[in-house]
Ligand binder design. Sequence first.
Ligand code: FAQ
Length: 321
Amino acid sequence: MGETHSLEDRFQAFVEAENKVEPKHWMPDGYRKTLVRQISQHAHSEVVGMLPEANWISRAPSLRAKLILLAKVQDEAGHGLYLYSAAETLGTSRDQMIDDLLSGKAKYSSIFNYPTLTWADMGAIGWLVDGAAIANQVMLCRTSYGPYSRAMVRICKEESFHQRQGYEIMMTLAKGTKEQKAMAQDALNRWWWPSIMMFGPSDDNSPNSAQSMKWRIKRKSNDELRQEFIDKTVAQAEFIGLTLPDPDLKWNAETGHYDFGEIDWTEFFEVIAGNGPCNAERLAARQKAHDEGAWVRDAATAYAVKQAARKPNPSTQTHAA
Ligand code: FAQ
């Protein structure tokens, strides 16, 4: 008991001294569990997050737009892979994580349960959803778990490109015809509130935050990050002549931040409970992809077994050979 205590104390001092925890280090069970939960949810979000945008690849308005969107969606597949790999260093398996996603046990970001109705939604997603992801993930580059923090450095660089891709679409539409500007405004109206919900429940209703902050997994709270994102985005909307759909949004000189209206937490909790507009459709698409990919997994496994059997056994080799 005393031994466990001292290990935990030493671990706490280690993370407080800004050291990185590596896979072979001793870590509390709760730390491991929290990371597997968060990293796997993050990986699932990247992979499920490909679906709403993939919906528009074949309908992009130009070859340039199509190439850029295709590259962005491929980046998201890559992010999913780095993150699944980072989670695997904690002792879980890819199969287990995928099973948890498909059975509905594991969560993925609420934002990907909304439909993409027009091309402007590609702009709103890049600008707002990737913008919110960057706000959250820049802090995760300094998270205490080494493999997660290193994955986040590269992911954040790519997310910056995604954010610009989206903002450029919105800027182009906002400068276009009256109908194009209206389409951009409509997308902004639909994506704004779900985007600010991405940061998670408010701090007084966030069961995991206190311990995650103590372990230096999270470096800022859900509300702090939400506020940073809102403060930064207001000027970006003004610059392209669009209006954020919140009548209560106004600058507060005293706090040095924007005040904003009440978030509809009932909607948020419904979406994360599986009852959002597209939850069933998203999981069905992942299940279909998983089923259709079975032969690829079988072939890769058979190939790996064959290669392993062919490899000479190093213990039977002589140096003279
Ligand atoms: N959606 O106690 P907390 C992207 C859950 S970016 C669904 O505050 P925590 C890029 C939470 O898991 C999106 N569930 O939890 C991209 C917990 O439930 P649990 C992904 C949510 O972990 C862009 C419960 O509520 N980014 O993919 C959400 O301390 C465009 C209580 O919450 C990340 O995952 C939500 N929005 O803080 C891709 C970043 N919020 O697990 C494609 C890493 C909360 O106990 C296209 N994750 N919940 O059953 C994090 O930073 C954290 O996990 C938070 C939540 C901030 C999301």
